[in-house]
Design a protein around this ligand. Sequence first.
Ligand code: GLU
Length: 446
Amino acid sequence: MATVTRFAPSPTGTLHVGNIRTALHNWLLARKGGGRFLLRIDDTDAARSREDYVEAIRADLAWLGLAPDGEERQSARTALYEREFARLVAAGRVYRCYETAQELELKRKIQLGRGLPPIYDRAALALGEADHEARAAAGEQPHWRFLLDRATPIEWDDGIRGPQHFDPGAMSDPVVRRADGSWLYMLPSVIDDVAMGVTQVLRGEDHVSNTAAQVQMFTALGAEPPAFAHEALLVGSEGKLSKRLGSLGVSAFREQGIEPEALVALLARLGTSQAVEAIADRGELVASFDLAAFGRAPARFDEAELHRLNAQIIHKLPFDRVAHLLPAGMDTAAWEAIRPNLAQIGEAADWWRVVTGPVAAPEFDEDTKEYLKKARMAAERLYWHDPDLQSGLWSMLTSILKTETGRKGKELFLPLRLALTGREHGPDMGALMPLIGREEVLARLA
Ligand code: GLU
């Protein structure tokens, strides 16, 4: 059976780095299993869901290269939820309750005072049909709870956490539907996972207790629960759940010049026993993706590490992957000459201006001016037109000048670099010289 995974964000905000990580892992898992990665927009909360967030989520996934193989929206699936809900009503697996939040709070306090677990006491189960009618007549609407099967222990073999056991006797029957008829997250998610053929639910460990209840919901709906895996949460480099992580999303990364491949390479392996490496090839990340490598400890997200990885990735990216981000005129040779100097692709434009000119060289002293005059004469005599010698022009020039002037090291190289680029550091001159071209090299030396 091919793997079917889903990423199920609520469109109540933009994706942050933790969501992105979950999306990526679901994508990797689906690709590894030769299956499908689905996007499910969890927009049952009409008041908090927004269309611009839905669009932002799609755009972010596209930027990350995590295109879903299908998309569903919960708000369009309520007819299905009604049908499934009716089955649960008929089977007695959901029941009507009327307690207010204050009443529940009071019950909890009393239970805690007596040293009892603060779980719902199922008082509403004792209500008869006449009671419900009386409440309805009084204009009271019920909310609905899912009746946990307390006789059947809840167990699953978690893909990351290993064997899990929960005692349903120690859990509250979860509320699945509000008095106004709106849905809480738990049940529609299960109904959708069944209907969408999801085989693998991979999400954050903040959902473990939801899973415990949801396992029984699958069974109550006559379905086999999917495989579950819960990953440890992402924390900031200082080891705390940081506020910053909650606001770091695709737009912030783009502004910082982070390439999607860098973010993907980092998040694919952060929190696993596999080394984080500058892997720009998705296929390699897919092939090595392994839930068994995930640890239980929180994964530490370090922005400095992301920037380092970003530079390493950029130094490897082939021209065709970045061509659309480069200034017009830059070709493969220019990209390959310039990329080792980049921390961000945006900086390529600066170096390209160094190639195309004009460059501002500093004021040289008389001695250096003499030297550059010699350099110009030597440069004139180089084999500029032989394509095989292009990469050797710089070393030819400098070896001629070394012999002619006796200069070496910094004295030999720096005035040339300054005259040709206006800068003390930069890409390999051997690669830059043919890009700058004969006329311009001669003009700059002059
Ligand atoms: N909408 C839920 C969330 O954002 C989905 C959780 C799940 O993956 O089932 O947490």
